[in-house]
Design a protein around this ligand. Structure first.
Ligand code: NAD
Length: 416
C-alpha cells in the first residue's frame, strides 16, 4: 500500500472538472449531503452567507431530509434527494457539503470531485489512511477546492495563537498535551428517531452488512469501528490538527497508544479511556480522552521554554515561565477570548471557491491530521508502538499494522 498504489493516474483528467469562473455578483449554488446534526448546523451557517443559493439536500433519513429542505425555504427552497449520486449528477450545483458519518466521506468526496464540484467535507476527513490519500489525489487531479470541516483553523484566536507560537513567543515548544474528557457513564442511548424512515442499506453503504441497529444510526456511529474511530477521530481530529499546525509538522515518527472500553456498557466499541503519545522530530504530543470522568473538558496545552499556552474554543491564556536564576517572568501574560468558528470557516471556503486558492484547512491538512488519529487508533488496537514513514505512507516493519491502513468495501461500493 505505497503512495503510488493510492494514487489515481494523473493523465485521466476529467472533462467535467472545468471550473466555473465566478463574477463578483455570482452566487454559489450549494448542495448538502447528510442533513443530520452537523449537516444542518453547517447548512444553517452557509445559508446565512449572502452569496449562497441552497439548491439540493440529500439524506437517507426522511425526517432529516425534510428538515434540511425546510431550512432553505427563505432562500429558494432546495429540492430533496435520497441518493447522493442524483444530487451529484446535477449541473446546477457548484459545491457540496459532505456531513455524513465518516465511512461515507471518501466515496462522496471523490465522486463530487469527479463531478466537478468543490467540497466542504466534515472532519475527520476519512475513515482510513488509504481513503484520505485517494481523496487528496482526486481533489488535486480534478483541481477542486476541498476544505476539511476543521473550523478551529478559521477561528481568529486559533490563528493568532498559532502565529504567536510560531513567532517564538513561548520560546521553544517541545511538548503539547491535547485532550477531551466528559462523563457519560454508564453510556449513551439510541437517538430518538423513526426507524421506518431510514434507508439502512444506503446508510451502511461500503460498511459491512448487518441487521438494523438503532444505536449505531444517527450520532452514535462514532463509537463503532466500521463507521468511525471514537473520540480519537471525533475531537482528536480537531485538537491534533491544531497541534500539528503549531509544530509545522507533516506527521509523527512514532506512535504509542493505550486504552480500552473499560466502563461504558452501552454496546459501543471505541475506547472510553485512551492515551496516545506521538513523537515528532523535536517534540512529543500527548492525546488523552475519557468518557467516564470529566475533570477538565477540553485541553490543548502548549509548553514552551518561556511560557505555557492553554488554548480552547473559549480562548487562550498564556502563563509565563520564570527562567532559572531570574526573578522576572520571561514574557508577559496574554489572553484572547474565543469567537465564532463556523461562519469564518464557511466564508473561507466560499472565498477560496472564487479565488481557487487553498484554504487553511485544505484537504491535505485534513488528510494529515486524520492520519495522526488513525495511527493512534491502530497502535491502541494492536497494543504496540508503531513507527510511521510519512514519505512511503507505511508503518515501518510491521506488516500486520499496515493491513489496518485500508478497509475492504462492501459491494457494489469501490474506492476508485
Ligand atoms: N466540525 C465539527 O465540529 C463537527 C461536529 C459534529 C460532527 N461533525 C462531523 O459531521 C459528520 C456527521 O456527524 P453528525 O453528528 O451530524 O451525525 P448524524 O448521524 O447526526 O448525521 C449524519 C447524517 O448523514 C446521513 N447519511 C448517512 N448515510 C447517508 C447517505 N448514504 N446519503 C445521505 N445521507 C446519509 C444520516 O441519515 C444522518 O442524517 C461526522 O463526520 C462528524 O465527525 C463535525
Amino acid at each position: 500500500m505505497t503512495r503510488r498504489r493510492f494514487s489515481i493516474a494523473v493523465s485521466a483528467v476529467s472533462a467535467l472538472s472545468a471550473t466555473r469562473v465566478f463574477g463578483a455578483n455570482d452566487r454559489v449554488r450549494l448542495g448538502l449531503i447528510g442533513s443530520g446534526g452537523r449537516g444542518r448546523e453547517d447548512w444553517g451557517t452557509f445559508l446565512k452567507q449572502p452569496d449562497v443559493d441552497p439548491v439540493a439536500v440529500c439524506d437517507v433519513y426522511e425526517n432529516f431530509l425534510n428538515q434540511g429542505i425546510a431550512m432553505s425555504a427563505d432562500k429558494g427552497r432546495a429540492t430533496g434527494h435520497k441518493d447522493f449520486r442524483r444530487l451529484l449528477d446535477r449541473k446546477d450545483i457548484d459545491a457540496v457539503i459532505v456531513a455524513t458519518p465518516d465511512h461515507w466521506h471518501a466515496l462522496m468526496t471523490i465522486a463530487a470531485c469527479e463531478a466537478g464540484k468543490d467540497v466542504y467535507c466534515e472532519k475527520p476527513l476519512s475513515l482510513t489512511v488509504a481513503e484520505g490519500r485517494r481523496m487528496l489525489d482526486a481533489a488535486r487531479l480534478h483541481k477542486r477546492v476541498v476544505q476539511t470541516g476543521s473550523q478551529q483553523r478559521s477561528g481568529a484566536h486559533y490563528i493568532q495563537a498559532v502565529k504567536l507560537i510560531q513567532d517564538g513567543t513561548l520560546g521553544e515548544v517541545h511538548r503539547i498535551h491535547a485532550g477531551f474528557q466528559r462523563n457519560i457513564f454508564p453510556g449513551l442511548k439510541p437517538a430518538d428517531f423513526e426507524a421506518g424512515k431510514l434507508d439502512w442499506d444506503m446508510w451502511l453503504g461500503p460498511a459491512p452488512k448487518r441487521t438494523f441497529d438503532a444505536f449505531r444510526a444517527i450520532y452514535n456511529f462514532r463509537w463503532f469501528w466500521d463507521y468511525s474511530g471514537g473520540q480519537m477521530t471525533n475531537w482528536g481530529a480537531h485538537h491534533l490538527d491544531i497541534a500539528r499546525w503549531i509544530l509545522s509538522a507533516e506527521a509523527p515518527l512514532e506512535v504509542s497508544g493505550m486504552g480500552g472500553r473499560f466502563g461504558l456498557t452501552d454496546g459501543g466499541e471505541t475506547p472510553d479511556v485512551q492515551e496516545v503519545l506521538y513523537r515528532f522530530p523535536k517534540a512529543t504530543v500527548l492525546w488523552s480522552t475519557s468518557e467516564v470522568a470529566e475533570g477538565k473538558t477540553s485541553t490543548l496545552d502548549i509548553y514552551g521554554s518561556k511560557g505555557m499556552m492553554s488554548l480552547t474554543r473559549a480562548g487562550y491564556n498564556v502563563y509565563p515561565e520564570t527562567p532559572k536564576g531570574s526573578t522576572a517572568p520571561a514574557i508577559e501574560a496574554m489572553s484572547m477570548k474565543g469567537q465564532d468558528l463556523n461562519a469564518p470557516h464557511a466564508r473561507t471556503f466560499l472565498n477560496c471557491l472564487r479565488s481557487r486558492e487553498k484554504p487553511t484547512a485544505d484537504i491535505e491538512e485534513g488528510y494529515r491530521s486524520a492520519v495522526m488519529c488513525h495511527l493512534g487508533n491502530i497502535s491502541t488496537r494492536l497494543g504496540r508502538s508503531i513507527r510511521w514513514d510519512a514519505a512511503a505512507e507505511r508503518i515501518v516493519g510491521d506488516d500486520e499494522a499496515n493491513t489496518w491502513l485500508a478497509r475492504p468495501y462492501r459491494a457494489p461500493w469501490k474506492l476508485s
